[in-house]
Write a protein that binds this ligand. Structure first.
Ligand SMILES: [Fe+2]
Ligand SMILES: [Fe+2]
Length: 456
Protein backbone atom coordinates (compact mmCIF):
# COMPACT_ATOMS: atom_id res chain seq x y z
CA UNK A 1 0.00 0.00 0.00
CA UNK A 2 1.29 3.34 -0.89
CA UNK A 3 1.24 5.94 1.82
CA UNK A 4 1.11 9.45 0.67
CA UNK A 5 3.15 12.12 2.39
CA UNK A 6 -0.12 13.83 3.28
CA UNK A 7 -1.37 10.71 5.02
CA UNK A 8 1.94 10.34 6.90
CA UNK A 9 1.88 13.87 8.29
CA UNK A 10 -1.72 13.29 9.41
CA UNK A 11 -0.65 10.15 11.31
CA UNK A 12 2.18 12.02 13.10
CA UNK A 13 -0.19 14.78 14.16
CA UNK A 14 -2.65 12.18 15.45
CA UNK A 15 0.06 10.43 17.45
CA UNK A 16 1.24 13.73 18.97
CA UNK A 17 -2.30 14.64 19.86
CA UNK A 18 -2.69 11.28 21.61
CA UNK A 19 0.52 11.70 23.62
CA UNK A 20 -0.40 15.22 24.80
CA UNK A 21 -4.08 14.53 25.34
CA UNK A 22 -5.36 15.61 28.76
CA UNK A 23 -5.16 12.76 31.27
CA UNK A 24 -2.35 11.03 29.45
CA UNK A 25 0.94 11.04 31.43
CA UNK A 26 3.80 12.86 29.86
CA UNK A 27 7.15 11.21 29.86
CA UNK A 28 9.56 12.14 32.58
CA UNK A 29 12.67 13.68 31.16
CA UNK A 30 15.50 13.36 33.66
CA UNK A 31 17.72 16.39 34.15
CA UNK A 32 21.20 16.11 32.73
CA UNK A 33 23.64 14.50 35.19
CA UNK A 34 25.71 16.84 37.31
CA UNK A 35 29.40 16.80 36.61
CA UNK A 36 31.19 14.38 38.92
CA UNK A 37 33.01 15.84 41.89
CA UNK A 38 35.82 14.27 43.83
CA UNK A 39 35.14 16.23 47.08
CA UNK A 40 32.38 15.36 49.69
CA UNK A 41 30.23 18.37 50.53
CA UNK A 42 30.03 19.30 54.28
CA UNK A 43 26.66 18.59 56.05
CA UNK A 44 24.52 21.64 56.42
CA UNK A 45 24.62 23.11 59.96
CA UNK A 46 21.38 22.52 61.90
CA UNK A 47 18.97 25.42 62.03
CA UNK A 48 19.65 27.11 65.39
CA UNK A 49 16.81 26.79 67.93
CA UNK A 50 15.31 30.01 69.22
CA UNK A 51 16.43 30.88 72.76
CA UNK A 52 14.55 28.90 75.42
CA UNK A 53 11.83 30.56 77.47
CA UNK A 54 13.56 30.95 80.83
CA UNK A 55 11.82 30.54 84.21
CA UNK A 56 10.31 33.80 85.45
CA UNK A 57 9.23 32.24 88.78
CA UNK A 58 10.49 29.19 90.66
CA UNK A 59 9.16 27.62 93.86
CA UNK A 60 8.94 24.21 95.48
CA UNK A 61 6.16 22.36 97.28
CA UNK A 62 5.14 18.78 98.03
CA UNK A 63 2.26 16.55 97.05
CA UNK A 64 3.53 13.47 98.90
CA UNK A 65 6.03 12.53 101.62
CA UNK A 66 8.76 15.22 101.83
CA UNK A 67 11.23 12.48 102.85
CA UNK A 68 11.04 10.90 99.38
CA UNK A 69 9.60 13.48 96.96
CA UNK A 70 9.80 17.08 95.81
CA UNK A 71 7.49 19.04 93.52
CA UNK A 72 9.12 21.77 91.43
CA UNK A 73 6.93 24.54 90.03
CA UNK A 74 8.19 27.16 87.60
CA UNK A 75 6.68 29.69 85.24
CA UNK A 76 7.67 30.62 81.69
CA UNK A 77 6.16 33.16 79.31
CA UNK A 78 4.66 31.54 76.24
CA UNK A 79 5.17 34.76 74.26
CA UNK A 80 8.95 34.21 74.40
CA UNK A 81 8.88 30.65 73.11
CA UNK A 82 8.12 27.05 73.90
CA UNK A 83 9.63 25.44 76.97
CA UNK A 84 9.62 21.78 77.97
CA UNK A 85 8.38 20.70 81.42
CA UNK A 86 11.60 18.85 82.03
CA UNK A 87 14.52 19.12 84.42
CA UNK A 88 17.54 17.13 85.55
CA UNK A 89 18.56 16.42 89.14
CA UNK A 90 21.18 14.57 91.14
CA UNK A 91 22.43 14.36 94.73
CA UNK A 92 24.39 17.53 95.48
CA UNK A 93 27.16 15.64 97.26
CA UNK A 94 28.07 13.65 94.16
CA UNK A 95 29.16 16.21 91.59
CA UNK A 96 30.23 13.41 89.26
CA UNK A 97 26.91 11.54 89.58
CA UNK A 98 24.92 11.36 86.35
CA UNK A 99 22.00 13.74 86.01
CA UNK A 100 18.59 12.08 86.12
CA UNK A 101 15.90 13.47 83.84
CA UNK A 102 12.32 14.04 85.04
CA UNK A 103 9.37 15.48 83.18
CA UNK A 104 5.94 16.67 84.19
CA UNK A 105 3.06 18.76 82.99
CA UNK A 106 2.29 22.33 82.03
CA UNK A 107 -0.86 24.40 82.13
CA UNK A 108 -1.61 28.04 81.42
CA UNK A 109 -1.76 30.44 84.33
CA UNK A 110 -5.26 31.89 83.88
CA UNK A 111 -5.57 35.38 82.37
CA UNK A 112 -1.80 35.76 81.82
CA UNK A 113 1.02 35.06 79.34
CA UNK A 114 2.51 32.55 81.73
CA UNK A 115 2.69 28.78 81.75
CA UNK A 116 2.91 26.92 85.07
CA UNK A 117 5.22 23.90 84.90
CA UNK A 118 5.03 21.10 87.46
CA UNK A 119 7.49 18.24 87.88
CA UNK A 120 7.29 15.85 90.81
CA UNK A 121 10.51 14.04 91.72
CA UNK A 122 9.99 10.73 93.49
CA UNK A 123 12.07 7.96 95.07
CA UNK A 124 14.46 10.50 96.56
CA UNK A 125 16.70 9.75 99.51
CA UNK A 126 15.68 11.29 102.84
CA UNK A 127 17.54 14.21 104.46
CA UNK A 128 19.59 14.75 101.30
CA UNK A 129 20.58 17.83 99.32
CA UNK A 130 19.84 17.68 95.60
CA UNK A 131 20.81 19.86 92.66
CA UNK A 132 18.52 20.50 89.70
CA UNK A 133 18.66 22.44 86.44
CA UNK A 134 16.23 23.31 83.68
CA UNK A 135 16.70 22.72 80.00
CA UNK A 136 15.05 21.57 76.83
CA UNK A 137 14.99 18.42 74.82
CA UNK A 138 16.79 18.35 71.48
CA UNK A 139 16.37 15.50 69.00
CA UNK A 140 19.62 13.87 67.98
CA UNK A 141 19.46 13.42 64.21
CA UNK A 142 19.73 9.82 63.12
CA UNK A 143 20.14 8.46 66.62
CA UNK A 144 16.46 8.26 67.60
CA UNK A 145 17.17 9.84 70.96
CA UNK A 146 16.98 13.21 72.64
CA UNK A 147 19.62 15.14 74.46
CA UNK A 148 19.06 17.62 77.29
CA UNK A 149 20.30 21.12 76.61
CA UNK A 150 20.68 22.71 80.07
CA UNK A 151 20.14 26.42 80.57
CA UNK A 152 20.13 28.78 83.51
CA UNK A 153 21.64 28.15 86.91
CA UNK A 154 21.82 25.05 89.07
CA UNK A 155 19.46 25.17 92.09
CA UNK A 156 19.40 23.11 95.27
CA UNK A 157 16.79 21.69 97.65
CA UNK A 158 16.80 19.35 100.63
CA UNK A 159 14.50 16.45 101.40
CA UNK A 160 13.24 15.87 104.95
CA UNK A 161 14.34 12.98 107.16
CA UNK A 162 12.04 9.94 107.36
CA UNK A 163 12.34 9.90 111.17
CA UNK A 164 13.02 12.71 113.62
CA UNK A 165 16.73 11.84 113.52
CA UNK A 166 17.58 15.56 113.53
CA UNK A 167 15.54 18.59 114.59
CA UNK A 168 13.10 19.55 111.82
CA UNK A 169 12.42 23.26 111.59
CA UNK A 170 9.74 25.19 109.75
CA UNK A 171 8.23 28.65 109.76
CA UNK A 172 4.51 29.32 109.74
CA UNK A 173 2.49 32.43 108.97
CA UNK A 174 -0.24 33.83 106.80
CA UNK A 175 -1.56 37.06 105.30
CA UNK A 176 1.50 37.90 103.24
CA UNK A 177 1.41 40.44 100.45
CA UNK A 178 -1.49 42.68 101.46
CA UNK A 179 -1.61 46.32 100.40
CA UNK A 180 1.36 47.51 98.37
CA UNK A 181 4.19 46.84 100.76
CA UNK A 182 6.59 44.56 98.90
CA UNK A 183 9.41 45.88 101.07
CA UNK A 184 7.79 44.53 104.23
CA UNK A 185 7.21 41.20 102.47
CA UNK A 186 10.90 41.06 101.61
CA UNK A 187 11.97 41.87 105.16
CA UNK A 188 9.72 39.24 106.73
CA UNK A 189 10.75 36.59 104.18
CA UNK A 190 14.46 37.32 104.74
CA UNK A 191 14.05 37.16 108.51
CA UNK A 192 12.21 33.83 108.18
CA UNK A 193 14.70 32.38 105.69
CA UNK A 194 17.62 33.37 107.94
CA UNK A 195 16.28 30.89 110.52
CA UNK A 196 17.27 28.11 108.09
CA UNK A 197 13.85 26.37 108.00
CA UNK A 198 13.14 23.16 106.10
CA UNK A 199 9.94 24.69 104.70
CA UNK A 200 7.41 27.51 105.10
CA UNK A 201 3.73 26.96 105.90
CA UNK A 202 1.48 29.70 104.56
CA UNK A 203 -2.10 29.81 105.84
CA UNK A 204 -3.88 31.82 103.15
CA UNK A 205 -4.21 35.42 101.91
CA UNK A 206 -1.00 35.09 99.94
CA UNK A 207 -1.09 37.86 97.31
CA UNK A 208 -4.55 39.43 97.85
CA UNK A 209 -5.54 38.96 94.21
CA UNK A 210 -9.13 37.88 95.00
CA UNK A 211 -8.94 35.76 91.82
CA UNK A 212 -9.34 39.00 89.85
CA UNK A 213 -7.83 38.67 86.34
CA UNK A 214 -6.70 42.29 86.34
CA UNK A 215 -4.88 41.90 89.65
CA UNK A 216 -2.62 39.08 88.37
CA UNK A 217 0.58 41.25 88.50
CA UNK A 218 0.34 40.90 92.29
CA UNK A 219 1.08 37.18 91.85
CA UNK A 220 4.09 38.06 89.66
CA UNK A 221 5.35 40.45 92.37
CA UNK A 222 4.76 37.89 95.10
CA UNK A 223 6.68 35.12 93.32
CA UNK A 224 9.51 37.50 92.42
CA UNK A 225 10.06 38.55 96.05
CA UNK A 226 9.45 35.01 97.33
CA UNK A 227 12.01 33.62 94.88
CA UNK A 228 14.60 36.26 95.74
CA UNK A 229 14.28 35.92 99.50
CA UNK A 230 13.19 32.42 100.49
CA UNK A 231 16.63 30.89 100.32
CA UNK A 232 18.27 29.22 103.28
CA UNK A 233 21.72 30.45 104.35
CA UNK A 234 23.30 27.64 102.28
CA UNK A 235 21.41 28.84 99.17
CA UNK A 236 18.86 26.02 98.93
CA UNK A 237 15.27 26.89 98.03
CA UNK A 238 12.78 26.79 100.94
CA UNK A 239 9.57 25.00 99.87
CA UNK A 240 6.13 26.53 100.45
CA UNK A 241 3.13 24.58 101.83
CA UNK A 242 0.00 26.69 101.34
CA UNK A 243 -3.61 26.64 102.49
CA UNK A 244 -6.37 28.76 100.97
CA UNK A 245 -7.63 32.08 102.37
CA UNK A 246 -10.50 34.39 101.50
CA UNK A 247 -8.26 36.61 99.34
CA UNK A 248 -7.49 33.69 97.03
CA UNK A 249 -11.19 33.55 96.14
CA UNK A 250 -13.26 35.71 93.82
CA UNK A 251 -15.47 37.90 95.97
CA UNK A 252 -14.24 37.04 99.49
CA UNK A 253 -16.32 33.99 100.36
CA UNK A 254 -15.70 34.30 104.07
CA UNK A 255 -18.71 36.58 104.27
CA UNK A 256 -21.45 34.27 105.39
CA UNK A 257 -25.00 35.39 105.94
CA UNK A 258 -27.55 33.32 107.81
CA UNK A 259 -25.12 30.42 108.25
CA UNK A 260 -24.54 30.04 104.50
CA UNK A 261 -21.86 31.52 102.24
CA UNK A 262 -23.13 34.68 100.60
CA UNK A 263 -21.92 33.60 97.16
CA UNK A 264 -21.64 30.23 95.50
CA UNK A 265 -18.80 28.03 96.70
CA UNK A 266 -16.57 26.36 94.11
CA UNK A 267 -12.88 25.76 93.43
CA UNK A 268 -13.54 27.56 90.12
CA UNK A 269 -13.68 30.76 92.16
CA UNK A 270 -9.99 30.32 93.03
CA UNK A 271 -8.45 29.52 89.64
CA UNK A 272 -5.09 31.14 90.38
CA UNK A 273 -4.64 29.29 93.67
CA UNK A 274 -5.45 25.87 92.26
CA UNK A 275 -3.28 26.43 89.16
CA UNK A 276 -0.27 27.86 90.97
CA UNK A 277 0.05 25.29 93.77
CA UNK A 278 -0.29 21.52 93.42
CA UNK A 279 -0.83 21.26 97.20
CA UNK A 280 -3.40 21.15 98.72
CA UNK A 281 -5.01 20.86 95.26
CA UNK A 282 -8.67 20.22 94.70
CA UNK A 283 -10.97 19.89 96.55
CA UNK A 284 -8.99 22.32 98.76
CA UNK A 285 -8.11 20.26 101.85
CA UNK A 286 -5.35 17.69 102.05
CA UNK A 287 -2.78 16.08 104.35
CA UNK A 288 0.98 15.81 104.00
CA UNK A 289 2.69 13.04 105.97
CA UNK A 290 6.38 13.54 106.83
CA UNK A 291 7.86 10.11 107.50
CA UNK A 292 6.58 8.83 110.84
CA UNK A 293 6.63 12.05 112.89
CA UNK A 294 4.62 14.90 111.32
CA UNK A 295 1.32 15.31 109.47
CA UNK A 296 0.25 18.74 108.22
CA UNK A 297 -3.48 19.04 107.62
CA UNK A 298 -4.43 21.90 105.27
CA UNK A 299 -8.07 22.93 105.71
CA UNK A 300 -10.41 25.26 103.82
CA UNK A 301 -12.26 27.61 106.20
CA UNK A 302 -15.35 28.27 104.05
CA UNK A 303 -13.56 29.57 100.95
CA UNK A 304 -14.12 26.88 98.34
CA UNK A 305 -15.59 24.22 100.67
CA UNK A 306 -18.13 24.39 103.47
CA UNK A 307 -16.71 23.69 106.93
CA UNK A 308 -19.42 21.16 107.92
CA UNK A 309 -20.15 18.07 105.86
CA UNK A 310 -17.63 16.21 103.68
CA UNK A 311 -14.60 18.25 104.80
CA UNK A 312 -15.26 17.63 108.51
CA UNK A 313 -15.93 13.93 107.82
CA UNK A 314 -12.61 13.76 105.97
CA UNK A 315 -10.85 15.61 108.84
CA UNK A 316 -12.16 13.14 111.43
CA UNK A 317 -11.04 10.15 109.36
CA UNK A 318 -7.66 11.77 108.64
CA UNK A 319 -6.99 12.44 112.35
CA UNK A 320 -8.18 8.94 113.34
CA UNK A 321 -5.67 7.37 110.91
CA UNK A 322 -2.80 9.32 112.52
CA UNK A 323 -3.24 8.48 116.20
CA UNK A 324 0.38 7.32 116.41
CA UNK A 325 1.90 10.40 114.78
CA UNK A 326 3.50 12.63 117.47
CA UNK A 327 2.86 15.91 115.61
CA UNK A 328 -0.44 16.35 113.78
CA UNK A 329 -0.76 20.02 112.83
CA UNK A 330 -3.92 21.43 111.20
CA UNK A 331 -3.58 24.85 109.57
CA UNK A 332 -6.20 27.04 107.95
CA UNK A 333 -7.17 30.64 107.44
CA UNK A 334 -10.10 31.92 109.54
CA UNK A 335 -9.55 31.50 113.30
CA UNK A 336 -11.80 29.50 115.59
CA UNK A 337 -10.52 31.77 118.39
CA UNK A 338 -10.01 35.21 116.84
CA UNK A 339 -7.68 37.76 118.41
CA UNK A 340 -9.15 40.78 116.58
CA UNK A 341 -12.56 40.03 115.06
CA UNK A 342 -15.78 38.99 116.73
CA UNK A 343 -15.92 35.67 118.56
CA UNK A 344 -19.37 35.29 117.00
CA UNK A 345 -18.28 35.46 113.36
CA UNK A 346 -20.16 32.74 111.45
CA UNK A 347 -17.02 30.97 110.19
CA UNK A 348 -15.45 30.94 113.67
CA UNK A 349 -18.68 29.47 115.06
CA UNK A 350 -18.71 26.80 112.33
CA UNK A 351 -15.08 25.82 113.02
CA UNK A 352 -15.68 25.60 116.78
CA UNK A 353 -18.75 23.45 116.13
CA UNK A 354 -17.14 21.08 113.62
CA UNK A 355 -13.34 20.99 113.74
CA UNK A 356 -12.57 21.84 117.37
CA UNK A 357 -14.34 18.69 118.71
CA UNK A 358 -12.30 16.66 116.22
CA UNK A 359 -9.06 18.31 117.42
CA UNK A 360 -10.06 17.64 121.04
CA UNK A 361 -10.85 14.01 120.34
CA UNK A 362 -7.56 13.42 118.50
CA UNK A 363 -5.45 15.21 121.12
CA UNK A 364 -4.08 17.79 118.66
CA UNK A 365 -1.59 19.96 120.59
CA UNK A 366 -1.39 23.03 118.34
CA UNK A 367 -2.94 24.45 115.18
CA UNK A 368 -2.20 27.52 113.07
CA UNK A 369 -4.87 30.12 112.30
CA UNK A 370 -4.61 33.37 110.35
CA UNK A 371 -6.79 36.14 108.86
CA UNK A 372 -6.89 38.58 111.83
CA UNK A 373 -3.52 40.25 111.14
CA UNK A 374 -2.10 40.08 114.67
CA UNK A 375 0.04 37.80 116.85
CA UNK A 376 -1.79 35.35 119.11
CA UNK A 377 -1.14 32.40 121.43
CA UNK A 378 -4.23 31.00 123.18
CA UNK A 379 -4.27 29.03 126.40
CA UNK A 380 -4.38 25.29 125.79
CA UNK A 381 -8.10 24.76 125.20
CA UNK A 382 -10.37 21.77 125.37
CA UNK A 383 -14.07 22.25 124.55
CA UNK A 384 -13.34 25.96 124.70
CA UNK A 385 -11.98 25.90 128.28
CA UNK A 386 -8.40 26.05 129.58
CA UNK A 387 -6.97 22.56 129.93
CA UNK A 388 -3.26 21.72 130.14
CA UNK A 389 -3.81 18.78 127.76
CA UNK A 390 -5.71 20.92 125.25
CA UNK A 391 -4.92 22.59 121.93
CA UNK A 392 -3.08 25.89 121.54
CA UNK A 393 -4.40 28.04 118.70
CA UNK A 394 -1.49 30.01 117.23
CA UNK A 395 -1.96 32.92 114.88
CA UNK A 396 -3.26 35.18 113.54
CA UNK A 397 -1.65 35.89 110.17
CA UNK A 398 0.51 39.03 109.99
CA UNK A 399 3.38 38.11 107.65
CA UNK A 400 3.44 41.40 105.72
CA UNK A 401 0.09 43.14 106.19
CA UNK A 402 -0.88 46.13 108.28
CA UNK A 403 -1.51 44.76 111.74
CA UNK A 404 -4.76 45.35 113.63
CA UNK A 405 -5.60 46.27 117.23
CA UNK A 406 -6.18 43.11 119.26
CA UNK A 407 -9.30 42.50 121.38
CA UNK A 408 -9.27 43.44 125.06
CA UNK A 409 -8.55 40.44 127.23
CA UNK A 410 -12.04 40.46 128.78
CA UNK A 411 -13.50 39.92 125.28
CA UNK A 412 -11.00 37.19 124.48
CA UNK A 413 -10.40 35.24 127.69
CA UNK A 414 -9.08 32.30 125.65
CA UNK A 415 -6.04 34.36 124.62
CA UNK A 416 -2.83 33.83 126.58
CA UNK A 417 -1.03 36.69 124.80
CA UNK A 418 -1.61 38.76 121.68
CA UNK A 419 0.17 41.67 120.02
CA UNK A 420 -0.29 43.85 116.96
CA UNK A 421 2.96 42.73 115.41
CA UNK A 422 4.17 41.32 112.09
CA UNK A 423 5.73 37.93 112.57
CA UNK A 424 6.27 34.34 111.57
CA UNK A 425 6.44 31.42 113.98
CA UNK A 426 9.59 29.33 113.97
CA UNK A 427 8.77 25.74 114.99
CA UNK A 428 11.51 23.24 115.79
CA UNK A 429 10.42 19.62 116.24
CA UNK A 430 12.38 17.40 118.60
CA UNK A 431 11.38 13.94 119.82
CA UNK A 432 8.62 14.63 122.34
CA UNK A 433 8.41 18.41 122.02
CA UNK A 434 8.13 21.40 119.71
CA UNK A 435 10.00 24.64 120.46
CA UNK A 436 8.45 27.88 119.22
CA UNK A 437 9.84 31.35 118.66
CA UNK A 438 8.07 34.38 117.23
CA UNK A 439 10.20 36.46 114.85
CA UNK A 440 9.43 39.94 113.50
CA UNK A 441 10.52 41.42 110.13
CA UNK A 442 13.76 42.72 111.70
CA UNK A 443 14.69 39.26 112.94
CA UNK A 444 13.88 40.12 116.54
CA UNK A 445 12.65 37.19 118.66
CA UNK A 446 9.77 38.53 120.77
CA UNK A 447 8.17 35.36 122.17
CA UNK A 448 9.14 31.77 122.80
CA UNK A 449 7.53 28.70 124.35
CA UNK A 450 7.44 24.89 124.15
CA UNK A 451 4.56 22.46 123.55
CA UNK A 452 4.90 18.75 124.17
CA UNK A 453 4.07 16.29 121.41
CA UNK A 454 0.77 14.38 121.54
CA UNK A 455 2.80 11.27 122.24
CA UNK A 456 6.51 10.69 122.70
FE1 LIG B 1 -5.71 38.75 105.45
FE1 LIG C 1 -8.24 36.70 105.40
Amino acid sequence: MKISSRSLSGFVLLALAFITAPGHAQRFVPPPPEPQSTTVSAPRPPVPLPPPSLPVALYLTWQRDPATTMTVHWHTEWTTGFSDSVLEYRPASAASAPWVRASGRVQPMPFTNRMVHTVELTRLAGNTDYQFRFGRLVSLEGEGATSFEAHGSVHTFRTLPATLSRPVKFISGGDLYGGANLELLGFMCRAGAALDPDFAMVGGDIAYVNDEPKAHPRWFDFFRVWGETMRAPDGRIIPIIPAIGNHEVHGDTYEIRGGEPRRGMSTDRALFFYTLFSFPGRPGYNVLDFGDYLSLVALDSYHTNPVPGPQTDWLRATLAQRRRVPFVVPFYHVPAYPSVRSFNGPTSIAIRANWVPAFDEAGVRFVFENHDHAYKVTHPLRAGKSDPAGTRYLGDGAWAVNTRVVLDRDKATFVDRSFSRNHVFEVTLHPGRADFRAVDPNGEIFDQFTINASRP
